[in-house]
Design a protein around this ligand. Structure first.
Ligand code: SF4
Length: 349
């Protein structure tokens, strides 16, 4: 069956499209009915979508369109019901990655239709002198490359003409992956849900437990976005001060400070600024090293600072205080101290 620009198979593959949402509306899916036995296959598939996202950043094996299409909004509801920002991010990423993978097998016309669902100003490139299939507006390009660190996304490395950026299919679909992720994250922002059937709450609790077990509570909670300098452990305070004044830091000192700061949410740009007053400062090299430690390059592994015991051996542990006696890692120190601060704040009445 053709539904506008997309077939039902397309809508099942790309359930975040506006047309899929319209179709779901027509189906009249009601929250109270989701837990009914005749909806079990949809609910199971919805749970699987979220479970696979948590475990392996994928969404599991596809089913027929009549299950795939309604299972997506039900999965969104389950994710919202977990009230957990890690699961929300992880689910949006998993769906976006799946879409990227599926789009590789699509025709150029289908890619255009998907991009236009996001209101992109995009067209097929008719200039045969340019061996790139698509021409995308400058604004659409910029909006979707904000978080992409690879050099290839820098505008200087792109072919630009008349406000358009020329791209191949692989690049267009990678930028669409960003759009998909943002759209899903937006739908997951809803904090208010109507009263949920007990079964849904049960599944959401199960998914939350699964995330805690497989990812770990600490990792899942992450760090609050705001960097609290007053919660730094003594070793980091010393390294931070030394770096700000341009004093020499040992290799392990630089690594400890950089990995600590990127792990608590400081951007690589901000960390790089800290090293500016070093006599051997080299902007490109410093950025490269920081992005490597932050997991934005190479192995994509984000490094963490060494344990306290290692820092003690290398003389990086200085002025340990009472809290230091109860932790084994500078990041644990920071997290505990931050918690102390937030619990001592006056509660809103
Ligand atoms: S005990 Fe650990 S957290 Fe405290 S100063 Fe030493 S290395 Fe840093």
């Amino acid at each position: 069956m053709e539904t506008g620009r997309f077939t039902q198979t397309d809508l099942a593959k790309y359930p975040f499209l506006k047309e899929t949402a319209k179709l779901v509306k027509q189906l009249g899916l009601k929250i109270e009915e989701v837990a009914n036995p005749d909806m079990a296959v949809i609910l199971n598939r919805a749970e699987e979508r979220v479970r696979e996202a948590i475990l392996s950043i994928s969404v599991g094996k596809k089913r027929e369109a009549n299950v795939e299409i309604p299972s997506f909004p039900v999965a969104l509801m389950l994710v919202i019901a977990t009230k957990n920002s890690f699961i929300k991010r992880r689910y949006a990423l998993a769906e976006a990655k799946q879409a990227f993978s599926d789009m590789q097998a699509e025709s150029s016309e289908k890619i255009l239709a998907i991009a236009r669902d996001f209101d992109w100003n995009i067209e097929l490139n008719r200039d045969f002198a340019v061996p790139l299939e698509f021409a995308v507006s400058f604004a659409d390009y910029l909006r979707n490359t904000t978080h992409l660190r690879d050099k290839k996304w820098k505008l200087v490395n792109r072919l630009l003409a008349n406000g358009k950026v020329y791209l191949n299919k692989q690049d267009v679909t990678r930028l669409l992956q960003e759009e998909v992720q943002r759209r899903i994250e937006k739908r997951l922002e809803a904090t208010e849900l109507p009263a949920l059937p007990e079964k849904i709450v049960e599944i959401a609790t199960r998914l939350l437990e699964l995330a805690k077990e497989s990812i770990g509570q600490e990792e899942m909670e992450g760090f609050p976005k705001v960097v609290t300098q007053s919660a730094f452990p003594p070793c980091i305070v010393a390294l931070y001060e030394a770096a700000s004044k341009g004093r020499h830091l040992s290799h392990i000192g630089r690594f400890t400070l950089t990995s600590f700061l990127v792990n608590i949410g400081m951007s690589p740009e901000k960390v790089a600024e800290l090293f500016k007053s070093f006599s051997d400062y080299n902007e490109r090299l410093t950025r490269y090293q920081i992005e490597h430690i932050a997991g934005e390059r190479g192995s994509r592994t984000r490094y963490t600072p060494p344990q306290c015991v290692t820092l003690q051996t290398h003389g990086v542990c200085v002025n340990p205080d009472a809290l230091c006696r109860r932790v084994r890692h500078p990041l644990t120190y920071y997290k505990r101290k931050q918690r102390q601060f937030s619990s001592s704040l006056p509660k809103a009445s």
